[in-house]
Write a protein that binds this ligand. Structure first.
Ligand SMILES: [Zn+2]
Length: 208
């Protein structure tokens, strides 16, 4: 997503738009004239990133299509793990895939802090070895409990095991790392949907 999203506050509302209008769309007054510092426009960063530019991350995208434009909030999601060079490893009913394109609009959870050089160094060989295991053959795939999420989380837990850290349950990982990001994405996408209809989006100030 390369279009810029701006937010400014006026007359008790947060107003989102691609560029600042001459007049406030709520009250009609000149938007700029009365700005205090806390009301001035700020750029809202996109929660979408390219999975291919996010090394050593958990990445998530719709199974079909893209988040922007096509995603209706209920479609199936697909997840994978990126290598140190941005190749996304993921598992589905036809086995393990290694994608160098197709994850350009993803939500990402970085998994390795930049200072963990030893782990960064070994990441790709761990991932390669892990993906080659029998567990991830096509015939082992089961929609409910041997799927893309199992693949990604089992890998994350293997790495944690090597570091002598506690593994995550699916519920823990989802609640702690995935849901905060998908909630932010939902809000971002609904703002853009409204902008595409009316040119701006208005929310009560401090709407979470
Ligand atoms: Zn106003």
């Amino acid at each position: 997503m390369h279009r810029e999203l701006l937010k400014f506050s006026h007359c008790g509302w947060d107003i989102y738009c691609p560029c600042v209008p001459q007049q406030c769309p709520v009250c009609g007054e000149a938007a700029v004239s009365s700005w205090r510092l806390e009301e001035a426009p700020v750029s809202i960063p996109s929660p979408l990133v390219s999975g291919h530019s996010q090394p050593c991350s958990f990445v998530l995208r719709p199974t079909w299509g893209n988040f922007l434009g096509e995603y209706d909030g209920s479609a199936d999601l697909h997840v994978g793990i990126s290598s140190s060079t941005g190749t996304v490893y993921h598992y589905n009913e036809s086995g393990v895939h290694k994608d160098s394109v197709g994850w350009e609009q993803s939500v990402s959870v970085p998994l390795v802090p930049a200072h963990q050089h030893a782990l960064l160094h070994q990441w790709d060989s761990y991932l390669e070895e892990f993906s080659a295991a029998d567990n991830w053959r096509p015939h082992r795939y089961q929609e409910a409990d041997q799927n893309c999420y199992t693949f990604a989380l089992t890998f994350i837990n293997r790495v944690l095991l090597v570091q002598e850290k506690e593994p995550f349950s699916k519920e823990e990982f989802t609640a702690r790392y995935v849901l905060p990001r998908t909630r932010r994405l939902s809000k971002y996408l609904s703002i853009w949907r409204q902008i595409s209809l009316t040119g701006f989006c208005i929310l009560p100030t401090h709407c979470p």
